[in-house]
Each structure stands twice: as C-alpha cells, then as structure tokens.
Design a protein around this ligand. Structure first.
Ligand SMILES: [Zn+2]
Length: 172
C-alpha cells in the first residue's frame, strides 16, 4: 500500500472520529509534493474550484489530531501499584529498594504520539496503530483499544470481565 493511501485512510478514520481539519472544505485525498517529498492533504469546497492543500506534518504532530485518533482516556498501567512514586514528566517509577518499575502516567494519545514522534515512519505508525471500538462476547460490554490495523482477529484480555475473548470491532 502506498504512503498516500495509508495517510488517506488515517485522515478518513480521524474525520469519522470527529477531528475537524483546520482548513475549509471536504477532504479529497493526499498527494506527494514532488519537489519537497512532503505529503499534502487536499481539501475542496463543494461547488468551488478552489483547492486547499495542507502539509500533513502540520496536523500529524498536533495534539488535537492525536487526541481524536487515539483517545483521551488514561493509559492503562501495566502495574497496579498505588504506592508513592517518583514522577518525571509523563513517566513514573516505583522502587522496592532492589528493583524498580517504570510506567507511563499520561493519556492514551500522549503515549502514542510520543511513540509516533520517535518512530521510523510517522505515517506508517499512525496507519498501523488504530483505535478500535470493540465488543466483548464474554460480558457483552463495549471497550476501546489501540490495535494493529492489519491484524484480522482481535483476541485480547477484556478489562471488564478479565476473560480472553475474541473482541469484535464495532467500527473502524
Ligand atoms: Zn468481557
């Protein structure tokens, strides 16, 4: 799949999520600027010949775009510690004197945007790590999770009932 198609899918997904582009018109696709190698999102007003183009990096790094794409819930901690911890920015740590555990204390979008900035390819990262609304067949409750877009069957541990069920996507 080309970079243009991946980025188009990312933008379409986020428009469905409620993201509003900071530019007029309806989203019409993506093109690569041949002289700079930049990817441009194209917007066009209905019935108007004027086309607006915006560099994708202007919104891919923007908190508003990341919030709509990955969600604003607290990032799920991998440890259930509730002891006092050292906090350094968005990362915290606890220590029992011998070993220590480092964990993330921010929101889901903050975690994924950090990873995206440091990833090999920003567009690939956005494309792969997508937010799903899922439905647990065990306890019948909806749940959201960031999963790899290309993985067809999602079996993850349900946070509601703890069972390892096949979680069927509701949308996305
Ligand atoms: Zn469940």
């Amino acid at each position: 799949m080309t970079k243009e198609k991946k980025l188009t899918k990312v933008i379409e997904t986020n428009i469905e999520n409620g993201w509003e582009a900071p530019i007029h018109g309806e989203f019409k696709g993506v093109e690569e600027d041949e002289s700079t190698g930049e990817y441009l999102a194209i917007f066009k007003e209905l019935g108007d010949d004027v086309v607006f183009k915006m560099s994708a990096v202007l919104f891919l790094f923007h908190p508003k775009f990341a919030k709509a794409y990955w969600g604003e819930e607290d990032y799920q901690l991998t440890t259930s510690c509730d002891t006092e911890s050292d906090k350094d920015g968005l990362w915290g740590s606890v220590s029992d004197g011998e070993s220590s555990i480092v964990f993330f204390m921010g929101s889901v979008w903050q975690y994924y945007l950090q990873q995206a900035v440091l990833s090999k390819d920003l567009i690939d990262y956005y494309y792969k790590n997508v937010r799903y609304k899922l439905y647990c067949h065990g306890c019948c409750k909806p749940y959201t999770a960031i999963l790899n877009r290309d993985v067809k069957v999602k079996t993850i541990q349900c946070p509601n009932c703890g069972g390892r069920h096949i979680l069927a996507p509701i949308m996305g």
